[in-house]
Design a protein around this ligand. Sequence first.
Ligand code: 3HC
Ligand code: NAI
Length: 690
Amino acid sequence: MSDFLKVSRDGDVAIVTIDNPPVNALSFHVREPLMQALVELRDDPSVAAIVIACAGRTFVAGADITEFGKPVQQPDLRAIVATLETIAKPTIAAIHGTALGGGLELALGCHFRVADAGARLGLPEVKLGLLPGGGGTVRLPRLVGAGKALKMIVSGSPIGAEEAHAAGLVDAVFEGDLTTHAVNFAREIARKGGPFTPVRDRNDGLKETDLAAFDAEAADLAKKARGLEAPIACAQAVRNAVTLPFDEALAAERALFVKLVASDQSRAQRHLFFAEREAAKIPGKDLIKRRIARIGVIGAGTMGGGIAMAFANGGYSVTLLETSQEPLQRGLGTIDRNYAVSVTRGSLTEDAKRQRLAQFTGSTDYADLADCDLIIEAVFEDMAVKKEVFGKLDVVAKPGAILATNTSYLDINEIAASTSRPQDVLGLHFFSPANVMKLLEIVRAEKTAPDALAAVVDMARRIGKVAVVVGVCHGFVGNRMLAARGAESEALLLEGATPRQIDHAFTDFGWPMGPFQMGDLAGLDIGWRNRKARGQTAVIADTLCEQGRFGQKTGRGFYLYEAGSRTPVTDPQVEALIRDKAAERGIEPRAIGGEEIIERTLYPLVNEGARILEEGIATRASDIDVVWVNGYGFPVGKGGPMFWAGLEGPAQLIERLDHWHQRTGKDVFKVAPLLRRMAETGSWEVGAVS
Ligand code: 3HC
Ligand code: NAI
């Protein structure tokens, strides 16, 4: 018995209840009494069966991630599972909430697993740059087969109780009081009598493995891993479960785990796990928040439609407002088609689609927004239009309604000041497609009320977004840093790099695609229009747009695209254009290596991040990492730009930024004082700057 673990009895069935809020992680203070209880119950002749259950909202959600990187305190999970397997009487895991990682591995140490109908089971270690290190890779395939185990372990995605039942991972699914059901199940099993075979000895399923098919699938997964070591190690470990005796496979799993847990990639991914949760912590979080139930969205274009879908998917009713019936019906039609695609792909049923669509009300009358608690505008990016919209909202919105703008760049303080209620105004900067992309920049304006901010932070979580609170500046955190990343793109081209070389340097780094492929995908005309509005030029990109080359949508941009294909093909005409423009400027092309490309794109990205921190636009360096990983595809294995700067070495960044600053005189290379201080203190804390 301890504060974190209780043992109770229901007749001859012992119930071990782990109680380690919030998620019953297997911290040392749980493992120690758990081991002791298991040994005592094993040796107690009055106990016929043992149920392992959890108090609170979930079964064990895994090892305690905060203990990683510190010396292991015994007993570790492996020792506990090994002890479980020495117990001759039946052991039953009673799973509610989530059995994840070490939690599922603990359950795999039991003879039986029973689950609440709403439970989810999985091995998500890969998302932390790890593989299951408590025998999961060796035991799971023995129950569900190697192919299914490979999918579950490499994806890290949990499965529901029913699916787990069908796959053989769970022995019974119950609704209602799980502990009572589990005790009855245990008693019945004990009555029937043993022997009870531990999972480690259940080898039958493995014999049917088609190794050639397994290897083909593993090779496919390795290709998609984009430089991440963990998915490959996961696949190797599951293969070992098939080809090696149990104990050898277990030892190999351990060796891989020890290697991964010490790797920079896993450190980076663990950093992101905590960074995402930290980002949601803001002063005023405990205030009584404004209630958000009814949502209004203004503008049914690309963003408005996606934003409305994001809310509908999160269970909210949405009123979608447009200037007239024509764009309104077009927007609603697009939403309908998007849901139809989900039905075709099998991620939504026809019934669910009908229900979703019933959550939308179309309107062209602002009076219909009068009962909304949160209204988000996604109209044209034009200050005059935005002010006109906010003027109308000021008249119709009920007192206390939160008025949000999805602007990419405009000054939200100015928008707020144009209303009589600036305390209710803030930015909700969604990323395209808004119903898919996880990131939400929540922009706090000068006068935004803390209870309004706290309410939208909460709401973001409810619609499954990763929220980061940022301050007002041109482009906020993400787009402002993106501009710094792209500032040298044209110069690199003119000096001799090709779009393909630059894109390759990015994909080698781990990005899903490089900046030119990204530009072609998003549409080069967007940047062109922005540049024209700001009186800026970019000689290569502007010329391409003048030639009607807007990217994928016109079949030509920085690359060529064959009809219906998204695969970029190098276009000699673009390379000739670059050479001509360089010659006009008297620039002699030279060979440019991958290192220089990274120095001139990603070092300024970090440098701009440092400025953003200095200015208080972002609260923490880790918030910036969350923005870049979730909004722009910064490789998770590098932890986001600010974490990566620590790995790369701030001194190295400073040396190269100084070099390029001396050589070009450009502002993007002017080292931010906070970066210099970070090199001295090892910390991004602004307080560290004197
Ligand atoms: N260790 C330590 N702390 C954890 C934790 C863990 N495994 N899982 C969650 N927490 C903490 C969070 O940091 C958060 O702390 P905070 O309140 O101070 O910010 C708190 O628990 C609540 O977490 P969430 O905000 O994420 O709560 P949700 O209800 O949204 O989600 C969850 C619950 C689905 C369990 C989610 O927390 C989760 O996915 N946790 C991680 C699961 C995981 O990765 N398990 C594998 C761990 S590695 C492992 O087991 C190795 C083994 O193979 C040896
Ligand atoms: P869009 O052109 O696709 O849609 C704008 C819609 O607003 C149109 O349907 C138009 O009819 C409607 N509209 C215009 N004035 C209106 C008014 N007064 N009342 C009601 N409806 C009105 O534009 P998009 O791309 O959806 O952008 C909208 C906003 O979102 C802009 O501020 C943009 O900067 C921002 N944004 C865009 C992103 C993108 O990737 N497209 C990403 C993040 C933000």
